[in-house]
Design a protein around this ligand. Structure first.
Ligand code: COA
Length: 219
């Protein structure tokens, strides 16, 4: 099974080549496949204002090859919800130290819809929950296309809408907040056959990996 690597400011230098591949895969998936053409850039890397030093990447790797990915942005920094889609949150965007926004969740085309073993899509999402628990988060926010909402609920995540769905580029889009807790992790693992922990914290110190006195202070 693929391992999911935690990549953040402190260990990014260990993943320079992989991050280069990562931004090119994002271009292929979001600009070419999904046709989010406003993200197109001359260098063919899909990278935006939310890819900063504060951003954490969870990358599912098979050896050095990227299978799946996800981006996590602290909600104390600018997020998709706060900067691009504030109308999706009726009470205003969430800005809390213990809440991160998930975005750019993908699986490379030839590893989608797998049936043998846990599918990469479930492994990367279980890994996000494991990461949230590890650093002491209490919730994730997600701006998502509405078709994804029943899938989140079905995998055992308590996803509550922050507002009404809105049509964006002809797609129904909604913002949700999802509780980070042990139950959400064990449910996705048992419902989606994820055997347990998948996170690799290469080059990160214990302080950055585990909640201590003030969990999110380590982030
Ligand atoms: N619109 C509507 N439904 C979609 C969809 C879309 N853009 N993308 C996937 N789905 C549905 C599929 O129809 C499929 O439904 P089914 O099981 O009833 O046939 C289901 O989601 C599973 O999708 P699939 O791609 O077969 O497998 P997966 O679960 O391994 O991967 C994604 C799901 C979304 C991770 C993968 O399709 C992907 O990487 N897509 C491109 C990136 C993306 O759009 N991410 C979401 C926005 S950040």
């Amino acid at each position: 099974m693929m391992e999911v690597h935690v990549i953040r400011r402190e260990n990014r230098h260990l993943y320079t080549d992989i991050l280069e591949d990562y931004f090119r895969i994002r271009h292929q998936i979001y600009v070419v496949e999904r046709k989010w053409t406003e993200l197109d850039r001359p260098d063919k890397r899909e990278i935006d204002q939310f890819d900063t030093d504060d951003t954490v990447y969870l990358l599912g790797l098979d050896g050095r090859a990227i299978v799946a990915g996800m981006r996590l942005v602290p909600t104390t920094s600018p997020t998709l919800l706060s900067e691009l889609f504030p109308a999706l949150a009726l009470n205003g965007p969430v800005r809390r130290r213990d809440v991160y926004e998930l975005s750019r969740i993908f699986v490379v085309p030839n590893r989608r819809g797998e049936h043998a073993g846990p599918r990469a899509e479930a492994v990367i999402q279980a890994a996000a929950m494991e990461f949230g628990l590890s650093i002491g988060l209490s919730a994730f926010t997600i701006v998502l296309e509405s078709w994804w909402l029943p899938r989140l609920l079905d995998q055992g995540w308590l996803a509550r809408p922050l507002g009404l769905p809105v049509n964006i580029n002809s797609l129904s889009t909604v913002a949700v907040i999802v509780d980070v807790n042990d139950e959400a992790w064990t449910k996705i693992c048992s419902r989606r056959s994820v055997p347990g922990s998948t996170l690799v914290w290469q080059g990160l110190s214990a302080l950055e990996r585990h909640p201590v006195r003030d969990p999110v202070a380590a982030v």
